[in-house]
Ligand binder design. Structure first.
Ligand code: C2O
Ligand code: CU
Ligand code: CU
Length: 485
């Protein structure tokens, strides 16, 4: 019998050894919608349910067309998509399309709240290239708790390149989603969300790692070469992924699509909201763990100190892969080259600077909505739904510069667009950050510059959001709004 370590805030996953990883892996269903008058239509229901993460414990959860998480929505570049999002929850909610280029009023942010019992209709054309995007709740002040309970899912865009390229692409066979989330539980099996000041400041880190909603999963590999689309769907935790035998793997895509050339690596850092597509090769009889390795001290700042106190500076196991005589081909990935549009800094007509701060004094004693100002700010401002922080001109190419003055890393995300990372502290970005991205980790004392172009959609009433993707930071005001006009 596997010990559950329920109600221990942070220690479940640290104690599980390879032998504990025997839960069959679950792969979320794909959902292609239906076509009508040339449009692709998706019916999504936000609903309550229960999920048995631990045998005999029925955790109250929420999901999309399911009790926890949602289906993988499948779309193609050039298609016109329509979504009927019915809120069957006993509370308001929203569904935001993270990474999708779309009109602001279709974005599903805090301005598109769906009341209980109501259906929100969103529709937009898919302009962007093949990519692994996702969707999740973005309810004003309650994004963290709603995502924690399960309101999230994947959104795949395909295009001609992704359909023709010689890469693994059979869903569920050699193209496998891995949604990483960490959760804590009370003794009765219910989720344990924020319960103390440390969690409110550092963000909520659970002690049990879920992959596609499964604790301690064992994935039985069928193919010699498998593509994993990894989403860090955790509220706050950054993972530094590697395999227990230190094998090399290849990253082929980041948040917004394929890299120009694949990158060989042994470690993959993924912060909250980021995605990476990696390709892994398996032998005749492998039994290997995907693990988290603590990040170097200088990447963690005060978060590190806080995590040391909670025991979070230790490595832990995430999932297990076992292969027995896998079949299929192994194609050379180094040959794949992809040309995505280059954004030239010389074309930028403006540089916007954003100072990221966390007040460490009395500010941190105040919870959300306490009126006395928030502990988290961007350019000394806390989120205000009635204030437009930035106004961008349609078709402008701009550089956005994030400077982190706080002792903890912040994954910064911009709605509507995909950007390129120009630099980290004037040095180059990491090799796997050379493709299109919508979320980028900004470490303490770091300035990260990104470049993007705001195209197609203008609206002088509805804004887009930009924010830290640690959902507790976002909910406590580390977010701003911009209009594209
Ligand atoms: Cu993943 Cu503002 O969102
Ligand atoms: Cu987003
Ligand atoms: Cu943050």
């Amino acid at each position: 019998l596997i010990p559950l370590y329920l109600s221990r805030t942070a220690f479940g996953s640290y104690r599980y050894t390879a032998e504990d990883f025997i839960s069959p892996m679950v792969i979320p269903p794909e959902y292609y919608g239906r076509t009508k008058h040339g449009r692709r239509i998706f019916d999504l229901s936000l609903q309550h349910g229960t999920t048995e993460f631990f045998k005999g414990y029925h955790t109250p959860t929420i999901g999309i067309n399911a009790s926890y998480l949602g289906p993988v929505l499948r779309l193609k570049q050039g298609e016109f998509a329509e979504f009927n999002v019915k809120n069957n929850l006993n509370m308001p909610s929203t569904i935001h399309w993270h990474g999708v280029h779309l009109p602001a009023r279709m974005d599903g942010g805090p301005h598109q709240e769906i009341a209980q019992g109501q259906t929100w209709k969103a529709s937009f054309e898919i302009h962007q290239p093949a990519s692994t995007l996702w969707y999740h709740s973005h309810l004003h002040n309650y994004t963290g708790p709603q995502v924690y309970q399960g309101l999230a899912g994947l959104f795949y865009v395909d295009d001609e390149f992704s359909q023709k390229a010689d890469i693994p692409k059979t869903y569920g066979i050699n193209d496998i989603p891995l949604i990483l989330q960490d959760r804590s539980f009370y003794k009765d099996g219910s989720f344990r969300y924020v319960s103390n000041m440390h969690e409110r400041m550092a963000g909520v880190r659970g002690g049990h790692i879920l992959v596609n909603g499964v604790t301690r999963p064992l994935y039985r590999v069928q193919k010699k070469q498998v593509r994993f689309r990894v989403l860090n769907g955790s509220n706050a935790r950054t993972y530094n992924l590697h395999f227990s035998d230190n094998r090399e793997f290849t990253q082929i895509a980041s948040d917004g699509g394929f890299l120009q050339t694949p990158v060989r690596m042994k470690r993959l850092r993924l912060s909250s909201g980021e995605r990476a597509e990696i390709i892994v090769e398996f032998g005749m009889n492998d039994d290997v763990m995907l693990q988290h390795e603590p990040l170097p001290m200088n990447n963690l700042g005060m978060g590190m100190m806080a995590m040391m106190m909670s025991g979070d500076n230790q490595p832990f196991n995430i999932m297990r892969f076992a292969s027995k005589n896998p079949d299929g081909d192994v194609v050379s990935l180094q040959a794949i080259t992809y040309s995505s549009p280059i954004l030239n800094p010389e074309d930028a007509i403006k540089t916007r600077k954003f100072q990221l701060d966390m007040a460490m004094g009395m500010g941190m004693m105040m919870g959300r909505g306490s009126g006395g100002g928030s502990a988290f700010s961007i350019n000394n401002k806390s989120f205000d739904m009635n204030r437009f922080d930035e106004v961008v001109n349609l078709n402008a190419t701009e550089i956005w510069e994030f400077t982190n003055n706080s002792p903890m890393p912040h994954p910064m995300h911009i709605h509507d667009i995909q950007f390129r990372v120009l630099s980290r502290n004037n040095g180059p970005a990491d090799p796997n950050e050379q493709g299109l991205k919508d979320t980028v980790l900004v470490n303490p004392d770091e300035t990260v510059r990104v470049i993007t172009r705001f195209e197609h959609y203008a609206d002088d009433r509805y804004p887009y959001m930009f924010h830290c993707h640690i959902l507790e930071h976002e909910d406590q005001g580390m977010m701003g709004q911009f209009l594209v006009v």
